[in-house]
Write a protein that binds this ligand. Structure first.
Ligand code: SF4
Length: 424
């Protein structure tokens, strides 16, 4: 049998008050999502229509985090383009045509909007429709916004996937749709487990190639693999898909409960479910146990950044024995996070949105052992002697599933070990 820790009967943080904060935010914009999305959809190209700032953000984020590959670029709109939007549209068409001519491997071109005023004035939706009509069926051209005015960094993925939904064919065939970009190694592990459970067909959004875009319809039941996909889920539900509520597949417990939601929807017998999941879950728990010693009893404070904060806090509290003090999230989707809030042990302050100065005051007063935050806050906090973890690593690293549970715990143990070594 699986020894899943029982759900807390009091409902954990289900009814906990949420501190709503509105003020200055310290988060990346949605363009950042391109850094992991361009690796995921292998024949897509992301053409950011933006400024030099956007180009710098992408280059530095991509250059630091991955081996840069030419599957994204920035079409820079200079001040002079303000003189005439007609010119800007013609220029954009020229850039796109030249790109597609040079790169016949591209099957899906995203025009990604940003926040400079010159870009906001440009109707990228119409530009995408114009280019789509010209290049279809060889290439589909879609648009979404990664603007910092509208999106925090993981919302860029949500906007991108939501833009794909209208392109999905209609089919009422029964299928499991896993929604949210996962590392291929994680996707392959889940594919194997679902096959052993007899659940299928299983399809993933985003797909690895544009031609593999799954269909959607009344027979679609979907598991969200990421907690930041509000718009995508809404668009899929509007096309008939049924959301299977579940915690997110982080840690042994989260992974088991996530798989269980699909198993219940497919009527998989308990004995079969246990036969398939008990061994990998036990291996994951044993591997996490080895990291747990350096985390148990330590306090952790989350600044809002990736929207993964609540599921990660649940994992760190329940599987690693950490003590969350404040769990801040840019946006708390009540329905998608209900199973997580039920599991998160009562105690931490939950906050939504950000007023960075006030939150920094609370953080300094609490003196947590570890702070999880964006890059912009990490350096100043480290300079004050606070140990930090960059939340951006949570979206660049494979962290979902049984085999990654210990790696996930390790991401939080490393900064504590580094600080301890510095203090020796
Ligand atoms: S989209 Fe806006 S916030 Fe993002 S890099 Fe460009 S200018 Fe900056």
């Amino acid at each position: 049998m699986n020894s899943i820790a029982p759900r807390p009967s009091a409902g954990g943080c289900s009814d906990a008050p949420v501190l709503l904060e509105r003020g200055q935010r310290e988060v990346f914009c949605g363009l950042t999502g391109i850094v992991w999305l361009h690796r995921k959809i292998q024949d897509a190209f992301f053409l950011v229509v933006g400024s030099r700032t956007c180009a710098h953000l992408l280059q530095s984020a991509a250059g630091v985090m991955i081996f840069a590959e030419p599957r994204f670029a920035t079409a820079i709109l200079e001040e002079r383009d303000l003189a005439g939007l007609l010119d800007a549209n013609a220029e954009l068409d020229r850039v796109a045509a030249r790109l597609l001519e040079r790169r016949p491997d591209i099957r899906l071109l995203f025009l990604v909007g940003s926040c400079p005023s010159e870009v906001i004035k440009l109707d990228l939706k119409r530009a995408a429709e114009r280019l789509d009509a010209r290049f279809r069926p060889a290439v589909r051209v879609l648009n979404y916004s990664g603007s910092g005015i509208e999106t925090t960094f993981t919302q860029g993925e949500d906007a991108c996937l939501a833009a794909l939904v209208p392109e999905m064919a209609r089919s009422d065939e029964s299928q499991l749709l896993v929604v949210g970009a996962l590392a291929e190694v994680v996707e392959d592990q889940f594919r194997r487990i679902f096959a052993e459970l007899g659940i299928g067909p299983v399809r993933f959004l985003p797909p690895r190639r544009a031609a593999e875009l799954p269909p959607v319809g009344a027979g679609t039941r979907m598991l969200l693999a990421q907690p930041f996909l509000a718009d995508t889920a809404r668009a899929l539900e509007a096309r008939g898909a049924l959301h299977l509520p579940a915690p997110f597949p982080l840690g042994a417990e989260g992974t088991t409960l996530w798989l269980r939601a699909a198993a219940e929807a497919w009527g998989v017998e308990e004995a079969r479910f246990d036969a398939v999941t008990a061994a990998p879950a036990a291996r994951a728990r044993a591997a996490v146990e080895r990291v747990r010693a350096s985390l148990a009893g330590r306090s952790v404070f989350f600044f809002p950044d990736s929207q993964l904060e609540i599921p990660i806090a649940r994992f760190l509290a329940r599987e690693c024995g950490m003590r969350p003090i404040e769990v801040g999230t840019p946006y708390l989707h009540r329905a998608h996070l209900a199973p997580e809030l039920e599991l998160l042990p009562a105690g931490p302050t939950l906050s939504e949105g950000q007023h960075v100065e006030r939150q920094l005051d609370r953080c300094r007063a609490a003196r947590p052992d570890l702070v999880v935050c964006g890059l912009g806050l990490a350096n100043p906090l480290e300079a004050e002697g606070v140990t930090t973890k960059w939340s951006i690593e949570l979206v660049f690293s494979p962290i979902q599933g049984y085999d990654q549970a210990a790696d996930l715990a390790g991401l939080f143990a490393r900064p504590l070990a580094r600080r301890a070594a510095l203090e020796v």
